[in-house]
Design a protein around this ligand. Structure first.
Ligand code: FAD
Length: 458
């Protein structure tokens, strides 16, 4: 008798990567996706939406043997290019790390999705069902219910092993919550977002390539990531209501005035700004906590389990890392014909939970850093000190951002904990410092003190 079929609900980013990993273990599976087959048509939106891919995601893609196809799509971003509010100041690059390899990459969401779907489709263990919406997972009856979007026909799978990768708005999570199997806490952010297209200028990037551009304005911000066609995708993060807020930008004139006064350098690069603003959707953001993620033979994974705000650029990376964690549990379970799926799912829930909570918290904290702290002298001094201490104590002191983005061997929860201790060390150095000690490089006495604190606390 062969291995039991697994049903993966959601063919976005985590779903097809997981499908590839399971298939590589010889596990037969069906992958369901609500949308139609991305291989059959071009981009659905006509717009390019991009994401930052970092080492945790890369490690998962490498493990699945997919980096050969994905590497050519990756555009390096070496740091944050900060566009200060003062109109006359030149943008300044804050490098993400101090080693050449410490860069993150802009990738197009739809292109990535297509490569992942193609990779899954090549494996004989994988059946793909597009235009199919999964509506209900019942861990007591052991069923998964799906609906064919074209015919409307409903179909129930019995004795189903189900992994829900149907994203932040997960219908399967809702079905589990409705039946009392899981408790869901949704913490909406009071800020929404809107994506805007920055076209190439004279067929070249209109802003410096190889950077993530950010226009921090304390209460809100604009960012922009490069695309392969020399355009950028900019995203405005702004309170839903207030002054300024999305609700006060109801007319073309108000939009133009707001951008002209707050983001003049960006506004100059978007000729059809008001039209784009009027026609592009306004997206909502938030954090979703689900407890537990596993019930019987049903597991929630990726955003379906733990959607986070996008400010650390880690939602997809965390969802991909979920796939590696689950895959390593299967590795540990060996090659038995019957996996103990409820047991594996319960273990996944137990081992991954604190890490998901840690990145949810760090993602929220990073919003304050990106939109405001990067303008603050103390923050910039601490950033420079942290890099200096990392150079001197590379195994002990690693800036938190670098731990999250470039050190997948350090878990999110360790990064959060070590980051807190490091913050205390930097604060102590600040407290001890006289005026001369507040330079961007630590002096000899401060370095000696730092060494003591590192030895005692880290
Ligand atoms: P998704 O990618 O959302 O995939 C879910 C899939 O399920 C979709 O294809 C959907 O069509 C399908 N589906 C939905 N419902 C059903 C159903 N009932 N039945 C069948 N199929 C269904 N992360 C990063 O790592 N870096 C970034 O820079 C970054 N930037 C972001 C910027 C913004 C503005 C936002 C909103 C998010 C960002 N993220 C980023 C987060 C990232 O998009 C998500 O964490 C990631 O997409 C999660 O992958 P997933 O597979 O769990 O869900």
């Amino acid at each position: 008798m062969g291995l039991q079929r697994v049903h993966v609900a959601g063919g976005g980013l985590a779903g097809p990567l997981l499908a590839v990993m399971l298939a590589q273990r010889g596990i037969p599976l069906t992958l369901y996706e609500r949308r139609s087959d991305p291989r059959a048509h071009g981009t659905t939106s006509g717009r390019s939406i991009n994401l930052a891919l970092a080492d945790r995601g890369i490690r998962a893609l490498e493990q699945a043997g997919l980096m050969g196809q994905i590497r050519p799509m990756m555009l390096p971003m070496r740091g944050r290019m900060v566009h200060d509010p003062q109109a006359d100041s030149a943008p300044r690059l804050l490098p993400y790390g101090q080693r050449d390899r410490e860069v993150i990459y802009s990738v197009g969401r739809e292109a990535l999705n297509r490569v992942l779907i193609e990779a899954a489709a090549r494996l004989p263990e994988v059946q793909l069902r597009f235009d199919t919406t999964c509506t209900d997972a019942d861990p007591v009856r052991g069923t998964l219910t799906c609906q064919d979007n074209r015919s409307g026909a409903r179909h129930e799978v019995r004795e189903a092993v189900t992994i829900a990768t149907d994203g932040a708005g997960s219908a399967l999570r809702t079905s589990l919550a409705r039946a009392g199997h899981v408790v869901v806490t949704e913490l909406p952010l009071e800020h929404d977002y809107k994506e805007l297209h920055v076209p190439p200028r004279d067929a070249q990037y209109a802003l410096r390539a190889e950077a993530l551009h950010v226009w921090p304005r304390h209460g809100y911000m604009l960012i922009a990531l490069p695309n392969p066609d020399h355009s950028f995708t900019a995203t405005l993060f702004l309170p839903r209501t207030g002054a300024p807020g999305f609700d006060t930008l109801g007319s073309d004139a108000a939009v133009e005035e707001f951008f002209r006064s707050e983001f003049p350098t960006a506004a100059a690069l978007i000729p059809d700004l008001a039209t784009q603003f009027r026609t592009h959707p306004q997206g909502h953001l938030g954090t979703i906590h689900t407890d537990p993620w596993a019930r019987g033979s049903v597991l929630l994974l990726g955003d379906a389990a733990h959607a986070i705000v996008p400010f650390h650029g880690q939602g997809m990376n965390a969802a991909f890392e979920d796939c590696t964690v689950l895959d390593s549990l299967l590795e540990g379970a060996g090659k038995s014909a019957h996996h103990d799926w409820p047991g594996i799912f319960a273990t996944f829930n137990a081992v991954r939970r604190t890490d998901a909570q840690a990145i949810a918290q760090m993602a929220l904290e990073n919003y304050a850093e990106m939109r405001s702290a990067v303008l603050d002298e103390r923050f910039l001094r601490h950033k420079a000190w942290a890099l200096q201490l990392e150079r001197l104590h590379p195994a002990r002191f690693i800036p938190r951002y670098a731990m999250v983005m470039f050190h997948p061997e350090i878990s999110y929860s360790q990064a959060l904990r070590r980051g807190d201790v490091q913050q205390q060390i930097l604060a102590a150095l600040d407290q001890d410092a006289d005026a001369a000690g507040l330079a961007t490089q630590l002096n000899g006495a401060q370095l000696a003190r730092a060494q003591e604190l590192i030895a005692a606390w880290l």
